[in-house]
Design a binder for this molecule. Structure first.
Ligand code: ZN
Length: 244
């Protein structure tokens, strides 16, 4: 079975469509989404509809939660808060119901899907120390997470003190060796922050035990134009072009 794993789409339709096109060409069977389908970008309904139509499993992120639970955005930056307020006004009742139906965590073929960390969906996993929070509660070999918008993985060997961190902002390949546990972040489809503006995702070949990190060109200028037309914050549009 080959899974495309997407995270942090953030209402960026052009990035999502190009990502799905590349995934389909790579003979993916199913799709897994790690949350933040909405927030920041100009196309929340279209992105919900594209994801809903895919065969697979999807969980919610903190922006999806803020879209359905007014008040949750009090932890956001002012610009992120402005985006989520706008998003809430745009979402159709079907898409609000869809976001509401998403679980916080799922398990697929023994692999955990979570938004921020295995222990807590709102926690950021950015360092080997922070990844220990997840490894300490993981029983299986593999977990997928998002939230930081960085394409990378953490590898933990039972007898070693700290996990090893490997970033892959230009794509790459990981073989899931049996003796280690892995936390894998596919990066962000719709708002990468690892210095590369291209959309990011991974393909997990469950049978082969491999994960491929891919980057995909999309029409950044088109998404930026739509954001400005919608009256979304200019700095949120500008950062897409910088990959930050
Ligand atoms: Zn996000």
């Amino acid at each position: 079975m080959r899974y495309a794993i997407l995270s942090d789409i953030h209402s960026n339709l052009s990035a999502l469509e190009e990502t799905l096109r590349v995934a389909a060409e790579a003979n993916v069977n199913r799709y897994l989404c790690l949350g933040d389908i909405v927030g920041y970008g100009p196309s929340p309904n279209e992105c919900c509809e594209r994801i809903r139509a895919l065969p697979g499993m999807f969980i919610r992120g903190n922006h999806d939660e803020a879209a359905i639970q007014p008040g949750k955005e009090m932890w956001f930056t002012p610009a992120a808060r402005a985006c989520i307020t706008w998003t809430r006004e745009q979402l159709t009742s079907e898409n609000l119901e869809f976001l509401e139906s998403l679980p916080q965590e799922e398990v697929v073929e023994g692999a955990i899907l979570c938004h921020g960390s295995v222990a807590n969906p709102d926690l950021y996993t950015t360092t080997p120390e922070e990844s220990m929070v997840s490894f300490q509660v993981m029983e299986g070999q593999l977990a997928f997470f998002g939230h930081t918008h960085y394409a990378e993985w953490f590898r933990h060997n039972k007898n070693s003190e700290l996990p090893v961190e490997e970033t892959r902002p230009r794509g790459g390949f990981l073989r899931l060796r049996r003796e280690s546990q892995f936390m894998v972040n596919p990066g962000a489809v719709g708002q990468p922050r690892d210095g590369n503006q291209q959309a990011s995702f991974v393909i997990w070949d469950q049978t082969a035990g491999t994960i491929e990190f891919l980057r995909v060109d999309y029409n950044v200028a088109d998404t930026q134009r739509r954001m400005l037309e919608a009256g979304l914050p200019e700095n949120m549009a500008l950062r897409l072009g910088l990959g930050i």
